[in-house]
Design a protein around this ligand. Structure first.
Ligand SMILES: Nc1nc2c(ncn2[C@@H]2O[C@H](COP(=O)(O)OP(=O)(O)OP(=O)(O)O)[C@@H](O)[C@H]2O)c(=O)[nH]1
Ligand SMILES: [Mg+2]
Length: 390
C-alpha cells in the first residue's frame, strides 16, 4: 500500500519525518516504495527547519499563515490553526498534487498532535479539503493524544483535543488514535525522548505497507495482505498494536524439523501477539471492535499454518464481534513481528472523557473570565479619583 503522508504542526511534522525514514528503509532494504510523497505543514519556521528526512524545499516543507503568525506558530489557539488552513490550504493541495507518481497513492495519511494549535486546527480542515479534491482516495488521520501531565496543567489541552477529535471523526475515513501517555507507561525513560516515541508510532506501519508492495515471489505470503484488505478494515476509531519476538540468530542446517520446532514457532507467534495486544496505541476493549486485521511477518521458515490459525483463534476470542482479516509476509531478518489493527471501535474511553470534560472547562473558563473582568473594573473605578498625567 502506498500513502501520501502529510504532517501538521510540530508533532505531525516530526512523525511524518519518521515515515519518510521508513520509506528510505523500504527502498534500501526491500527495493520498494511505500510512500508517494511526504510533507510537513506548519505555521512555525523553526519546527520545519528541525526536520531531517523530508525534503527541505518549499514544496515539501510548507509554511502556512506567515502573514498572521510571522512564522512563529499559533500558540495553541487551534481556531487560528483552522482559519489559516482555510486560507492557505491550496498550498498544500498544490504540493501534494505535484508529487511524482501521485496517481499511485492508495490513500492519504494526515498526522497531528490533537492538543496543539497548528496541527489540531489545520488537520481536520485539510482532511475535508483533500476529501473534496481527491474523491477516489480514502483520507485517514492519525491523532496523537497528550501526555497525562499536559492534561493536568492546561485546559486548552482538553479543549483542543476534543474539538480536533470531533472534527476528524466527522470527516476522515478512519482515525488512528495514538496516546503519548501509553509510551511512558511502558517505559518512563521515554518522557524526554520524542524521537524514540515517534519511531515507535511509525514502526507498525512498516510491514503493513510493505507487504502488499512486494514484487518478488519469495516475499509474497500464502495470504497476501494488500491495500484492499487494509482499506476494507479501516473505518472510524482505530488503534494499532505491534509486537516483536526475537528469533535465534543461528539455525543449524541439520536436524529434523520436529514437533518441538513447530511448537516453538507457534509460541513465538503467540508471544508477539500478546505483546501487540498489550501495547495497543490507546487503551481500549477489543470487544468493542467490529473490524480487525493482523499481519504476521517473519522469515518463511519460521512461520507455519498452525501458527496463523492459532493467532486467528486467539483474536477471535478477544474480539468476538469483529470481522478479522489477516496476512502473512515472508521476509528476511531475525525477528517475528505482528501488527494488529483494531478498527470500527464503538467505544473509546479517552475520547469520551475529552468530550465530557470540555463543556465543564468552557463554563469554568467563562466564570474565571467574568471574575477577572469584574476585578479589572473595580480597579479602573478606584483609579477614577487619581489625577491623570495623560
Ligand atoms: N508523539 C509526539 N508528540 C508530540 C511531539 N511534539 C509535540 N507533541 C505533542 O503534541 C501536542 C502539542 O502539539 P504540537 O504539535 O507541539 O503543536 P502545534 O501543532 O505545532 O501547534 P502550535 O505550536 O500551538 O502552533 C502535545 O500534546 C505534545 O505532547 C512529537 O514529536 N511526538
Ligand atoms: Mg508548534
Amino acid at each position: 500500500m502506498k500513502l501520501v503522508v502529510v504532517g501538521f504542526g510540530q508533532c505531525g511534522g516530526r512523525i511524518a519525518d519518521e515515515f519518510s525514514r521508513l520509506n528510505a528503509r523500504a527502498r534500501f532494504r526491500r527495493r520498494i516504495d511505500i510512500l508517494v510523497g511526504t510533507f510537513a505543514v506548519n505555521t512555525d519556521i523553526a519546527d520545519l527547519c528541525s526536520l531531517s528526512s523530508i525534503k527541505s524545499d518549499y514544496k515539501h516543507r510548507l509554511l502556512i499563515g506567515n502573514r498572521q503568525t510571522g512564522g512563529h506558530g499559533v500558540g495553541k489557539i487551534n481556531e487560528l490553526g483552522a482559519q489559516i488552513a482555510r486560507e492557505d490550504g491550496d498550498k498544500v493541495i498544490d504540493a501534494v498534487r505535484s508529487a511524482k507518481r501521485f496517481y499511485e497513492a492508495d490513500a492519504f495519511l494526515l498526522i497531528a498532535g490533537a492538543a496543539g494549535g497548528t496541527g489540531s486546527g489545520s488537520m481536520p480542515i485539510m482532511a475535508q479539503t483533500i476529501k473534496e479534491r481527491f474523491k477516489d482516495k480514502p483520507v485517514y488521520t492519525l491523532a496523537v493524544l497528550p501526555f497525562g501531565h499536559e492534561e493536568k496543567t492546561d485546559a486548552r489541552t482538553f479543549y483542543n483535543s476534543a474539538t480536533c477529535l470531533k472534527a476528524v471523526d466527522s470527516i476522515s475515513d478512519a482515525v488512528f488514535l495514538v496516546d503519548n501517555q501509553r509510551f511512558i507507561e511502558k517505559d518512563s525513560s521515554l518522557i524526554n525522548n520524542m524521537t524514540a516515541i515517534n519511531r515507535l508510532i511509525a514502526e507498525p506501519f512498516y510491514d503493513l505497507l510493505c507487504a502488499g508492495e512486494e514484487k518478488k515471489a519469495k516475499h509474497i505470503g500464502a495470504r497476501l495482505l494488500d491495500a484492499g484488505d487494509i482499506i476494507q478494515t479501516l473505518a472510524g476509531w482505530t488503534v494499532l498494536g505491534y509486537g516483536v519476538s526475537q528469533l535465534p540468530m543461528i539455525r543449524l542446517p541439520f536436524g529434523r524439523p520436529d514437533f518441538r520446532k513447530k511448537s516453538t514457532e507457534t509460541h513465538n507467534g503467540i508471544q508477539a501477539l500478546d505483546q501487540a495486544m498489550s501495547n495497543l496505541s490507546l487503551t481500549c476493549n477489543p470487544n468493542d471492535s467490529a473490524s480487525m486485521l493482523y499481519l504476521l511477518s517473519a522469515p518463511a521458515k519460521e512461520m507455519n499454518m498452525d501458527m496463523v490459525k492459532e493467532l486467528g483463534d486467539y483474536l477471535g476470542e478477544v474480539a468476538p464481534k469483529a470481522i478479522i482479516r489477516y496476512g502473512d509476509y515472508p521476509r528476511g531478518g531475525t525477528t517475528l513481528t505482528i501488527t494488529v489493527i483494531l478498527s470500527q471501535l464503538n467505544s473509546v474511553g479517552k475520547v469520551k472523557h475529552y468530550y465530557d470534560e470540555t463543556p465543564n472547562l468552557i463554563q469554568e473558563k467563562d466564570r474565571r473570565q467574568a471574575e477577572g473582568e469584574a476585578k479589572l473594573k473595580e480597579l479602573a473605578d478606584a483609579s477614577m479619583k487619581v489625577p491623570s498625567l495623560m
